[in-house]
Design a protein around this ligand. Sequence first.
Ligand SMILES: [Zn+2]
Ligand SMILES: [Zn+2]
Length: 377
Amino acid sequence: MTDPQHTTEPGYDIADEYRPEPPQPPPAPLWMDGSIRVGIHTSIAGDIAQALDSAHRLGCNALQIFSLSPRMWPRGSGSRIAETDAARFRARRAELQLGPLVVHDNYLINLASPDPVLRVRSIQAFHDELVRAVALGADFLVAHPGSGRGSSARQAIEEMARALRQATRGLKLDGLRILLENTSGMGTALGARFEELAAILDAAPDLPLGVCLDTAHMFHAGYDIRTEAGLERTVEAIERTVGLDRVFVLHMNDSKTPLGSRVDRHEHIGKGKVGLEAFRRILNHPMLSTKGAHGLAGRAFILETPLEAPGDDRRNVRTLWKLVGMTARQAPGAEDGFSMLRRPAKRKKKTKAATQRAQRARKANRANRAKRAGNRR
Ligand SMILES: [Zn+2]
Ligand SMILES: [Zn+2]
């Protein structure tokens, strides 16, 4: 049946003349083109922009950094990044086409702390983290959910949501999203269960939040991602709680400690208790991979593996690319022999005893470095 009113020619209406075009949504960033994004945590020592070149030379197309030394409380104006440095950083990142850019927050921050002094300090420090991340043009700021110490989980979750709100107050986040990272379940740390992460997200629906899932932490917390069936159960648990569409970053780490250990020690991909095949399944899982129809475009796989010997970083990056079926040559910008850790300069000929002494010293050094690095990200 035709409605006569709709069959008549529309009359000329002067209001149609200069109707402005609806504003175009900003174009999606390049890293959301559906390609696989692989990155590694790179050092900002010396010059922050150097971290970008390190990632590029290691064959990454994404990266994670600290925006300041992660183990001390910054003081006063020292917590800001000079605009000239930030501008140089943003320009170099655009040149190298790296993305997403993930910033990891300071280890000392505890937004769920029941101690009022530590709480205020944490909120201020997290506010500064946000300011720096925005200045650098970061896409994500990863934060540990903190620890309620003596208080109940429910109380800690509420504190956490309130602290996040206070830290973001008055800030223009410019597309920056805060990602809460799952934890190994050491002590009273929040976030070992996906339910707790979901509860924090739900307690602050007004904030741009999301989740970063660390494979080693999941394993430490008792999610058995080693097997196909175990991974399926874990993916289902994620979907039921936080929802996969809120998982923007995966930290890719194998584990030195066993399933359910609650002790956070990272290992090279394929060399730990999780194993290579598990990482192949994760990277190619239709719900996790950016290749799959259900994968989130731009979801990044970021390594936080130990750096104990020169080349450890490069080898782990290569392993991830291999697991998605790409050779090192196809990986973007990979440079043969590059590592963030440099081999100590070679000395002249030595006696056998001196060589053995040096070997022992190197071994002890490596062990110390590994201990200091602590692998607690
Ligand atoms: Zn960790
Ligand atoms: Zn992590």
